[in-house]
Design a protein around this ligand. Structure first.
Ligand code: NAD
Ligand code: DAU
Length: 354
């Protein structure tokens, strides 16, 4: 049984990781989250009363608070997911991305290192700092080829540049100070509890409400989609069995143009929620994202061959589950779209009614 400190555990991927740890393993989780606009404790309702779940409302840029968290909980390892994660927001306002993704990662690395050097030899040896990153650090592909762990870094957006910086900091803390780190770089995730600023949940919710479906440019850009629960399982495997100092690419082998993705969402909705006109009639082509990366595609053979990971969902099964989830989780959706989820911490946590 281990105690895992997860940063960003109230976010989309972090909450999937926390839910899996609590429901499928004997481990404890300390969720360290600042609860920005994308942090939502309602995504953790199913596990938040478990005695193995702890919540710390902390900013990863606050070194003193992090030191207190390490001293209080004495974790066996760290999984670092907290970040500003949305490319469009990084274009309109990069400063929070520099702050959280770079300064926050540096602050967390220092707090982890100070804690790690103080550990007894056995605990020190088994400690891991697992940094969760993105395939966007590799830049953009043309029509051919895949990102491997050897692909040179070439980030194009403020978001991907901030994540690339954080990857380099993690690497340096291993090389210089010997901190036992492992890094993963994953492709586009989708699934339940995804904040509706990202392509798939935005399209599902807009289509359900009969609103326009804004597709950037011609919708020809390609992403490699992975169901979030498959990503969470991969992360748990890398934490357990990944080699110190190595990085692992994670991807679903599901390359789709954005237009294909939107048409798939629309046809599932036509079947589940028929309306007078097909949902695809809502598709609206809008101005392209500045510096829009054309194609991402992951070669996941390292994690498959060395650690035996394979995704369980196909894109077809995962996208259907996702659309069904948004249809049947109206309360979560309403609270996010109305902003009511922001009150959850005051209403439930700080008054002690977990
Ligand atoms: P998200 O935006 O849904 O969640 C981010 C979480 O981090 C939120 O709970 C937020 O409150 C928290 N956070 C933000 N700033 C913080 C700070 N200063 N201190 C403490 N907590 C803070 O993001 P996500 O999509 O779940 O992504 C999680 C991680 O995975 C990120 O590091 C992201 O770069 C990486 N990633 C995401 C994808 C994807 O498709 N979503 C793919 C590959 C990698
Ligand atoms: O590749 C991994 C990355 O995937 C993660 O590191 C990021 O955190 C995550 O946000 C995601 O980045 P993208 O920019 O690829 O995701 P997004 O959902 O914003 O956009 C997916 C594609 O859809 C992209 O080509 C832009 C396009 N798009 C997006 C939105 C929000 C549209 O055409 N219309 C939209 O309204």
């Amino acid at each position: 049984m281990r105690k895992i400190l997860v940063t960003g555990g109230a976010g989309f991927i972090g909450s999937a990781v926390v839910r899996q740890f609590i429901s499928e393993t004997p481990h404890s989780v300390v969720n360290v989250d600042k609860l920005t606009y994308s942090g939502n404790l309602e995504s953790l309702k199913s596990v938040s009363k478990d005695p193995r779940y702890y919540f710390e409302h902390v900013d990863i840029c606050d070194g003193e608070a992090l030191q207190r968290v390490f001293e209080t909980h004495k974790p066996d390892c760290v999984m670092h997911l907290a970040a500003e994660s949305h490319v469009d927001r990084s274009i309109s306002g990069p400063s929070e991305f520099i702050r959280t993704n770079i300064v926050g990662t540096y602050t967390l690395l220092e707090a982890s290192r100070n804690y790690w050097v103080s550990l007894a030899p056995e605990k020190k040896q088994s400690f891991r700092f697992h940094h969760i990153s993105t395939d966007e650090v590799y830049g953009s592909l043309g029509n051919e080829g895949f990102f491997t762990e050897e692909t040179p870094y070439s980030p194009n957006s403020p978001y991907s540049a901030s994540k690339a910086s954080s990857d380099h900091l993690v690497r340096a803390w291993h090389h210089t100070y010997g901190l036992p780190v492992v890094t993963t770089n994953c492709s586009n995730n989708y699934g339940p509890y995804h904040f509706p600023e990202k392509l798939i949940p935005l399209m599902i919710l807009n289509a359900m409400k009969g609103r326009p479906l804004p597709v950037y440019g011609k919708g020809e850009n390609i992403r490699d989609w992975l169901y979030v629960e498959d990503h969470a399982r991969a992360l748990r495997l890398v934490l357990d069995r990944g080699k110190i100092g190595e990085s692992y690419n994670i991807g679903g082998g599901n390359e789709k143009t954005n237009l294909e993705v939107v048409h798939t969402v629309c046809s599932i909705l036509d079947e589940l929620l028929p309306s007078d006109s097909p949902h695809a009639s809502l598709i609206t082509f809008v101005k392209d994202r500045p510096g829009h990366d054309y194609r991402y595609a992951i070669d996941a053979s390292k994690i498959e061959n060395e650690l035996g990971w394979i995704p369980l969902e196909t894109f077809e099964s995962g996208i259907r589950k996702t659309v069904e989830w948004y249809i049947s989780n109206a309360e979560w959706v309403d609270h996010v779209t109305s902003g009511e989820y922001r009150n959850w911490i005051e209403n439930h946590y700080e008054k002690g009614i977990s």
